[in-house]
Design a protein around this ligand. Sequence first.
Ligand code: GLN
Length: 488
Amino acid sequence: MELYNLTIHELHEKLQKKEITSLQLTEAFLKRIEAVDGKIKAYITVTKEDSIKQAKEADKRLASGKDITPLTGVPISVKDIFCTNGVRTTCASKILNNFVPPYDAAVIKKLKDAGAVILGKNNMDEFAMGSSTENSAYFVTKNPWDVERVPGGSSGGSAASVAAGECTASIGTDTGGSIRQPASCCGIVGLKPTYGRVSRYGMIAFASSLDQAGPMTKDVTDCAIMMNTMAGYDPQDSTSIDAPVPDYTKALTKDVKGLKIGIPKEYFIKGLDSDVEKAVKDAIEVLKKQGASVVDISLPHTDYAIAVYYLVATAEASSNLARFDGVKFGHRAKDSKNLLDMYCKTRDEGFGPEVKRRIMLGTYSLSAGYYDAYYKKASQVRTLIKRDFEEVFKKCGVILTPTAPTPAFKIGEKTADPLTMYLSDIFTISCNLAGIPGLSLPCGFTKDNLPIGLQILGKPLDEETVLKTAYSYEQATEWHKKRAGVEN
Ligand code: GLN
C-alpha cells in the first residue's frame, strides 16, 4: 500500500525500524497534498516549513531512541478551529482571516509534545456551524469518495484529508455531531469523547457546554493511540474532568462476550436510508456472533433533541461570538463613523449567513421575556434527555445506532433549507446534550459506493467499552481497509 494510505500504527513501525524517516514521510505527504488538494480542498493552510522542521526534530528523537511515542514523526492535520502558535487560525471565517494566535491549544501542545508533525489546518464550516463544510467562508471541501458530494461537517476538511490520504490522521471538534457525521460520510473512524475528557483550552468556542475535541482516524487502533495523547485533565479548562487517563490501546481486545448492546427504537425511523439501515442491522449481527447480546431500549425524549440543541447551542454561540467585534483581534471594518458603527460593520462583513442566523436565534432565546420559555425550558428538557441515557445504561453497556440517516449528500442539495440540513445530525446530537462518548466507524457502503457509519454510544468516561466494541466489529470486517482511491 502507498505510504499515504497507511495508519499511525503501521507508520510507527516503519519509523521505528528505520525503513523511513519522518522527513521523507512528511515530504511525501506534502507532495500528496500538492497533487490532490486542488480536487479535494481539505486544507485552508498547509504549514510546509513548520512541518519539515517538526519532522527533523522527530527524526532526532527517533534516532536517540528516547521518549518515542506512537505519534513521533507521524504527519497529521488539525481542524482550523484549534489555535496554533504563529500559524493563521481562521475557524473558516472571514472575521478571523488574519488571526495568528500567540499560543497553542492544549491538544495541539500535547500532539506536538508527543512528536506528531502537523501538516496544516483543515477546512470546516464557519465556527463549526454546519453539517457539510459548505458554510466555510473560503471554499467547499469535496468528499473523496465522490467529489460531487459533501464530506459532512463541520469537521469536513479533517475527515476528507484522512480519507484522501492527505495526512495519517486528524483532529476535529464535535458540538452536535461534527466529528462523527463527517467520519461517517468519509468512511473513517471518529470519536467524540466524554464532555470534559479532552481540554477545550485554545479551541475556538461554539457552544461551550457541548464542544469536545476528538480524533479522526483510519482505524480504531489509531483512534485509541490519539486518545492516549489527547485526553487528560487541564486546569486551564474549568470543565475538564480530573480523572486518570487509561491506556486506551489496552481496550483493543475483541472480547465482547456478555456485552449488552442497546438498540433504541427511536433511531430506526422513517427517512432512514434503506442501505444504511441494512448495514447497521448487519453490524449488530456481527457483534452478536462474537458473543454480545442485544436489548431493545427506548430513549423517549429523542424527538426533542434537535429543538433543544438549536436553543442551547445558539444561545451559547451568541454569547461566545460576542468577542469578535473588531477590537482585540481579527478583521476590523474600515471607515466607520463611530465605535458602534465599527462593531456593526465588522460583524456584518466578517460573519457568514449561517453564523448570523445562529447569533440571532441565540440572542432571541436569551432575551428578557423569552428566556424562561426557550433557553430555560430547553435546559430542562436537556436534563430529561440525559436521564434517558442514565436509565438505559442500567440495562446495557453500549448503544448502537446509525451515525447519520443518509450517506453523504450532493453539494448544494440542502443549502437552501437550513432545517433539512439540521436533520443530518438527528442521531448524533443527543450524545452531546448528555455529555457521553460516541464513536462512528465504517460499517459498509451503499449501492453507489458511499461509506456508511455505525455509531457506538457509551457511558460517561467509558470510552474503553466503546473502543472495545468498535475494535471487535472492525477486526471481523474489511471496511476499514478500503480507501477512497483519490488519484495523484
Ligand atoms: N451540524 C451541527 C450544527 O450545525 C453540529 C455542528 C458541530 O458539531 N460543530 O450545529
